[in-house]
Design a protein around this ligand. Structure first.
Ligand SMILES: Nc1ncnc2c1ncn2[C@@H]1O[C@H](COP(=O)(O)OP(=O)(O)OP(=O)(O)O)[C@@H](O)[C@H]1O
Ligand SMILES: [Mg+2]
Length: 283
């Protein structure tokens, strides 16, 4: 049985830290011994660029996806080793992925292309992190169909909240129509600065809206509360803070292990009990 756990990193808002979170989290998980595959689903190719892959003679995801006709290249053939001392590979993108996205519209089974490609390498990796573009187009739909769960990076701004609720609706629809096993891993706050009251207010609003805020960074908030500012929230600034990224990686690795166990039928308990997490936080 394949043991790949697939996580879509998604928010249709631009510049919320999706790519940064994908790369930092992927590298941390690889350091922990997971076999990691990063998938750049954005025609802007920011993830490929930060990994130092600007052009690839081996081909890019566009040659795997194809367009109105299937691609001729296998996913395995385009992968690039980006962290030689650990197992961390990249499926790079380029602008041609925008053409693929247009072509896919005319293709039968268009939302299954990524899932089929990932199935071909599912024995070689433990986790695939899908860096989605800032849109709800065909690449994102492919990601949601291929994913087991969704991680939502969000900026602590009140005007971003409506977008996350909309995303929740899209995820529910995908769940109903094409991927019944899709879950939400959680919302992770990026760019958080606890000294800014509008950031604290936004994080409170995320919780009040019932969104599953990840419990990473709790220790930091304790430290600050001891200094007498109880209003500080346990949210974190992911990419700017490697300790916070370690927390996130630990949290995600626990999820991966639980997910793998479930696949093998060893453990069949619920995945993450966000109610309990919320109660713990309010102590
Ligand atoms: N927590 C953070 N604090 C400060 N700067 C950050 C943080 N996370 C990301 N950045 C910076 O913000 C910019 C946008 O981040 P990133 O590319 O990860 O966002 P994105 O959501 O992938 O954007 P896009 O929607 O365009 O794909 C980058 O220059 C990145 O270095
Ligand atoms: Mg990006």
């Amino acid at each position: 049985m394949a043991n790949l756990s697939t996580i879509a990193i998604l928010n249709q808002r631009k510049g919320v830290g999706k790519t940064t979170t994908t790369l930092s989290l992927g590298m941390k998980l690889a350091e922990q011994g997971f076999r990691v595959l990063l998938v750049d689903l954005d025609p802007q190719a920011s993830l490929s660029a930060v990994c130092g892959v600007s052009e690839s003679e081996k081909g890019t995801l566009a040659s795997v996806f194809g367009g109105s006709l299937p691609g001729k290249v296998g996913l395995q053939d385009i992968l690039r080793d980006i962290l030689p001392e650990h197992c961390c590979y990249l499926a790079p993108a380029d602008l041609a992925l925008a053409q693929s996205e247009l072509g896919l519209i005319f293709r039968i089974g268009r939302e299954h292309v990524l899932k089929a490609a990932l199935d071909t390498i599912s024995m070689e990796y433990d986790v695939a992190l899908l860096d989605c573009p800032p849109s709800l187009g065909m690449m994102t739909l492919n990601a949601l169909n291929a994913a087991d769960t969704v991680l939502i990076p969000v900026r602590p701004e009140l005007n971003h909240l409506r977008g996350i609720c909309l995303l929740g609706t899209v995820i529910e629809r995908v769940k109903r129509e094409i991927n019944p096993y899709l879950s939400i891993l959680g919302v992770v706050v990026t760019y958080y600065n606890h000294t800014l009251s509008h950031h604290r207010k936004a994080v409170r609003a995320i919780k009040a809206a019932g969104l599953p805020l990840l419990p990473v960074g709790i220790e930091e908030s304790k430290a600050v509360s001891e200094n007498g500012s109880p209003d500080v929230d346990p949210a974190i600034s992911v990419s700017g803070d490697s300790q916070a990224m370690n927390h996130l990686a630990d949290y995600v690795s626990k999820w991966i292990n639980r997910h793998e166990s479930k696949k093998y039928g060893i453990e069949r308990k619920s995945e993450i009990d966000f109610d309990t997490i919320d109660k713990d936080k309010s102590k």
